[in-house]
Design a protein around this ligand. Structure first.
Ligand SMILES: C[C@](O)(C(=O)O)[C@H](CC(=O)O)C(=O)O
Length: 297
């Protein structure tokens, strides 16, 4: 029997190399990441907010909307999914329920942050924090709520940008003591990076390769050398797709035909291949769908 997703994630976090988790916002991106041969993926809250609501990451999505999105993504591949759980959507009891639902939804790990409600993207200004003690209670609630002991609880602190390195590190240490499995120091600048791993021996660290440009665009090997074990790439796929869509729209508006775009987009066949047409065809054959009404392309 193959290992559970949570076990595979645990093993990867204990391995030599840093695990790369491209950010996704829906099931189709999950298919693409799996096809591309990655070993994990990440559900970005910022990207989920943009695609589900058309609004930035300012805490507008509810817990059930986030869980619903994560569940669809988890269903679309067998890869461990690390999901954004924002600030846990309330107090420790809200965290407890959120963890239960994320875990039942097939998610392998979540990150929780110490921001007030409503939160905002960690790379924006205007963030505010809850007390370290209140966050410790949430981390404990998360750890207690999981059923599978391999489910990974990632504690994120947003203190660095607001109160500096010492405050961020002190908070992270408290969250580690509260039982967090992975530490996520949000929004480090280049000068901060060499100080993080020496301060947190023995616990995997997350590197957020965000698109803001504040945290440098290092290679996997460079990030490993700094002591990080998990790299998330939150919005890169979505931004690639949005840019491509914008260009397509410009051409369509100008040329009033799609002809010159057509050769440059994913083919109709590839699109359905990625969406697992083969699986649909197999199922149709197995359940005796008459030949002339089976799906084909
Ligand atoms: C990691 C993050 O929470 C996300 O929602 O993906 C964001 C990423 C981003 O907005 O680029 C963050 O707050 O860093």
């Amino acid at each position: 029997m193959s290992l559970t997703r949570t076990r595979r994630l645990r093993q990867a976090l204990a391995g030599e190399r840093a695990l790369m988790a491209p950010g996704v916002v829906d099931a189709m991106y999950a298919r693409l990441v799996a096809e591309a041969g990655f070993e994990a993926m990440y559900m970005t809250g910022a990207g989920t907010s943009a695609t589900r609501l058309g609004y930035p990451d300012v805490g507008l999505l509810t817990m059930t909307e986030m869980v619903d999105n994560a569940t669809r993504i988890a269903d679309a591949s067998d890869l461990p999914l690390i999901a954004d759980a924002d600030n846990g959507f309330g107090g420790p009891l809200n965290v407890r329920r959120a963890i239960q639902l994320y875990e039942r939804g097939g998610v392998a790990a979540v990150h929780l942050e110490d921001q007030v409600l409503p939160k905002r993207c960690g790379h924006l200004s205007g963030k505010q924090l809850i007390s370290a003690e209140d966050m410790v209670a949430k981390v404990k609630a998360a750890v207690d709520a999981r059923v599978d002991p391999d489910f990974v609880v990632i504690a994120r602190t947003d203190a660095l940008a607001l109160h500096g390195r010492n405050a961020a590190f002190d908070r992270a240490e408290m969250y580690r003591e509260a039982g967090a499995d992975v530490i996520f120091i949000e929004s480090p600048l280049p000068d901060d990076l060499p100080h993080i791993a020496p301060r947190f021996p023995g616990i995997p660290l997350l590197y957020n390769m965000a698109t803001s440009g504040k945290t440098p665009f290092l290679t996997r090997s460079e990030i490993e050398a700094l002591g990080f074990k998990l790299i998330i790439y939150p919005n890169w796929l979505l931004l690639s797709a949005c840019e491509a869509a914008r260009k397509t729209l410009e051409v369509l508006k100008r040329e009033e035909t799609i002809a010159s775009v057509a050769p440059h987009v994913m083919s109709f066949k590839q699109f359905f291949d990625t969406a697992r047409m083969a699986e649909v065809q197999e199922l149709e054959a197995r359940y005796g769908t008459p030949e002339n009404s089976r799906t084909d392309y």
